[in-house]
Design a protein around this ligand. Sequence first.
Ligand SMILES: Cc1ncc(COP(=O)(O)O)c(C=O)c1O
Length: 395
Amino acid sequence: MAQEGGPALANSLDSFAQSKLAELEAGHLRRRLADTFREDGIWVSRGGRRLLSFSCNDYLNLTHHPKVKAAAAEAVARYGAGAGASRLITGNHPLFAVLEARLAALKQAEAACVFGSGYLANAGIIPTLIGAEDLLVIDELAHACLWAGAQLSRGRVETFRHNDVDHAREILAAHRAAHTHALIVTDGVFSMDGDLAPLDDLAALARDTDAWLMSDDAHGLGVLGKGRGSSFVTGTKAGVDLQMGTLSKAIGSYGGYLCASAPVIDLMKTRARTLVYSTGLPPASAAAALAALDIIEAEPEFAASPVAKAQAFTRATNLPLGESTIVPIVLGDAVRALEASDMLAREGFLVMAIRPPTVPVGTARLRLAFTAGHPNEEIARLAEIVRTRILPMAA
Ligand SMILES: Cc1ncc(COP(=O)(O)O)c(C=O)c1O
C-alpha cells in the first residue's frame, strides 16, 4: 500500500517526467533554456560568445530604442511595475484606452482590446465567439495559440491545407449548414514559414458562407503594409473581421490585442476569460508600445526595411523571394537543423533550429528573422555561408 504523504506519488511523477525527457532526448527534441543577454536589438551574448542574432522577433530593434525604453522607464517610475489586478478590477490603467484607440486607428477598426499577451489574446478571443454548436475552420500551420483557443472553444474544429482557400471552401460547404456560427482562422504571416495568408480570398469565402474571419498578425504589425500589418499589404484593408496581434515582436514591448467592431470588443471586455481572470498588462508595456507606434507611424521606410533585408538575403541565396521578415531554410530532420545552427554559431551568427512539434515532422529548419539593424555586409556574409554550406545540406 502506498505510504501516506506522497513519496509514491512523487516517484511516479518524477519517473513520468524522466521517461518523457528520455523519449524527447532520443528524438533530438528535448529543449533547453539558454541564458541570453541581448545587448541591443541585434547582438546577443550566450554561452560566453557574442553573436549576431537572426532569431529575435524584434524586427525594428525597438526593444532597445532610447525613446521606447525611456517611455517604459518613466511609466514604471510613475505607475509602478505591475497592474495590480485584472483590468476589470483595478488594473485598467488609462494608458490602455490610449493604446487601444491608436491600435484601432492604425488597423482601421472601430475599437481594440489589449490583452496580457498574444497567447492570452487567442486563448480568450476564440472561445468567446465560438461554442459547442459552432464550426472553426483553421489553417493547418496556424500558430499554437490559435489552436489553444480552438481547443478551448469546444466547437467542431476542421483543418484546411496550408493557404488552400478551395479546401477551406469544401469544408465550409460540407459542414457550415449544421453549425450556428463559423469562424475561419489563419495567421496573417506564418510564423515559421514567413509566407502570407490569402486574406482577400479568405474574406470573400467568409462573406459567401456567412462565416467570420480572424487573422493573427503577430509578425505583420509594424513591418508590412506601411506598419499597419498583413491586412494592408495590397494597399487597401482586407475584410478581416478580427485582427489579432501582439505587441511583443516589431513593437518591441509585450502584450496582445484584438481590433474589431465596437460590439465585439465590448463583448471581449466583459466575457474573454483571459482578460477577465488575468492581471492587466503592466502600464509600462503600454507606454513602450505607444512610443513604438509613434516611431512606426512617423517612419514608413524604416518600418519596411526588415522585409527589404529579408529580400536581399533571399535574392543572394536564390531562395523564393521573402514575403515578410521571416525566411525559413527547411533541412528535414532535427539533427541536420541543429548541425546547421551550430555551424552558423561558429561563424558568429545566432540562427536557432526549429524542430517538431513547432513545425511538422520532417520539416525541421533554420528560421531567420531579419531586422532593420542588421548590417548589409553581415547579411551578405550570412547569405554566402547559407548558399555554399547550408543549402547543400538540404539536398
Ligand atoms: C503567430 C503568433 N501568434 C501569437 C504569438 C504569441 O504572442 P505573445 O508572444 O505575445 O504571447 C506568437 C509568438 O510567439 C506568434 O508567432
